[in-house]
Design a binder for this molecule. Structure first.
Ligand code: PFF
Length: 464
């Protein structure tokens, strides 16, 4: 049984860990497609509005709830809500918070392992040969259907095992020595790789045409509610909100750590990676180098873009194997730092709520995610990943975000002999910044109302 909870060794550590979770496939693959298909440059208007009235406030709310949970020595919502809400139904409501990590982990490690495999094939030159032979679609198909082998072992299984072990070793090393250190090492590498790719893109002849394709504003699109829903959905996903990740990471902060500024820093770092790196690389490259149009990019979807279009694109550039390797390595880093962030809440639940030792928690979560993953992959052809992604990766996030906002406003809105509400006291404790009044109103009223509106609009619109 664990007696003491770990905490982050530095402010930079927790900022990088939250940013590492946020910067993921969503930044490099989901964002460009969402932006390009929802008004191009105009998408940035609803995106920034959603960032201000939903992303930043909800991130502050989740950090605050996480800090409160940490003080109560919990890192996930079942026991934390039980105590914070103090009603018999609190723990049932809190238990819903475990669903996104449980759903997402089942398929995420597989996708992460495909990326590792493609990074390896890029490095060895095999991917380049496949591209030049015009066989990329077939190769990807063979790979995921286990026909591509390394020796006698299917390559997909080989790379899955390596990826799985990589994630679990980081988790086994713990919050400081594992998660914090992994993010401190890998995030600067990710940014450097991203900048190298951006420079490569921006120095291509005729690139202004590619950038215009992605960023040309279409102001009439603002009248379409769909682009507002898409922007809100993207902000939610990219900031890892409602997934229990920020909640769990914040629970490992020390009592008077500055969470208001840390939250803002991590959110801004993610927005930079999304708009500057994500918005410059994929679509402008695909448009310029292989002449794709937006409809084709959108139709390719996340996987098609990552594993088929991008190898084709790099295949046509001088030093293509090098840039391909940088691309897939950068994606792999983004994947690992996100994957460990979705595993940690499950570990924390085992340790803090079920009182299982760290080693046994890692073993338990590893086994559950392995079994879940095998079931998810077996159902891949039947669309299981899309189904898991919809329920675990989209719908529940907004529901759980709305629950968090309501808890902050209603339960932590009480004053109890204080000059400030419990929520704002916790949020401001130790902070170098004081929230302007404007943001307090947004957090307490606008954000919960916007979330409820979003849920209704989403149900009416049948998904974003
Ligand atoms: N913010 C991440 C992204 O943009 O890719 C979302 C995420 C997905 C986080 C999956 C963690 C995870 F396991």
């Amino acid at each position: 049984m664990s007696t003491s909870r770990e905490n982050w060794s530095s402010k930079l550590g927790v900022i990088l860990a939250v940013a590492g979770s946020a910067v993921g496939l969503g930044n490099f693959l989901r964002f460009p497609v969402q932006a390009a298909t929802n008004g191009g440059g105009t998408f940035i208007i609803p995106y920034l509005i959603a960032f201000l009235i939903l992303g930043i406030p909800l991130s502050w709310i989740e950090w605050t709830l996480g800090r409160y949970a940490g003080i109560l020595r919990h890192g996930t919502s079942p026991s934390a809500y039980d105590k914070i809400i103090d009603r018999p139904w609190g723990k049932y409501l809190g238990s819903l918070g475990l669903l996104p990590p449980l759903f997402i982990i089942c398929y995420y490690v597989f996708i992460e392992s495909w990326i590792l495999a493609f990074a390896w094939y890029s490095l060895t030159g095999k991917l380049m040969a496949v591209v030049q032979a015009g066989e990329i679609t077939q190769f990807f198909g063979n790979f995921i259907s286990l026909q591509e082998k390394i020796g006698s072992i299917p390559a997909a299984i080989f790379f899955f095992a390596i990826t799985f072990i990589c994630n679990m070793v980081v988790i086994l090393l713990g919050v400081r020595k594992g998660i914090e250190r992994a993010n401190k090492i890998s995030m600067p590498i990710l940014v450097i790789m991203g900048i190298i790719l951006v420079i490569r893109v921006l120095t291509l002849p005729d690139i202004s045409h590619g950038l215009a394709f992605m960023w040309n504003p279409d102001f009439s699109a603002l009248l379409n509610p769909k682009i507002w829903l898409a922007a809100a959905g993207q902000v939610f996903f990219t900031m890892s909100l409602g997934m229990g990740i920020v909640f769990c990471y914040a629970s490992y902060t020390k009592r008077h750590d500055d969470i208001a500024l840390s939250s803002l820093s991590a959110g801004s770092a993610n927005a930079f990676a999304e708009i500057i790196l994500g918005g410059t690389i994929v679509i402008p490259l695909a448009v310029i180098v292989i002449g794709s149009n937006i409809e084709e990019c959108a139709k390719m979807g996340t996987f098609g873009l990552a594993f088929q279009s991008m190898p084709l694109v790099f295949g046509k550039l001088p030093l293509g194997s090098l840039f391909m390797t940088i691309w897939f390595t950068m994606l792999f880093i983004a994947g690992v730092t996100s994957a460990i962030s979705i595993i940690q809440p499950l570990i924390s639940f085992c340790e803090d709520d079920l009182k299982i030792s760290h080693k046994n928690s890692v073993l338990t979560v590893g086994t559950v995610s392995l079994i879940g993953g095998i079931i998810a992959i077996a159902g891949l052809a039947a669309g299981a990943v899309e189904e898991l992604d919809f329920w675990g990766g989209s719908f529940f996030l907004v529901v759980l975000g709305a629950v968090q906002a309501l808890i902050f406003t209603i339960i932590l809105g009480k004053k109890r002999h204080r000059r400030d509400s419990i929520g704002f006291e916790l949020l401001n404790d130790g902070s170098a910044i004081r929230l302007p009044k404007f943001f307090r109103i947004i957090i307490r009223f606008v954000c919960p109302a916007a979330l409820i509106l979003l849920l209704v609009a989403w149900i009416v619109h049948d998904g974003w």
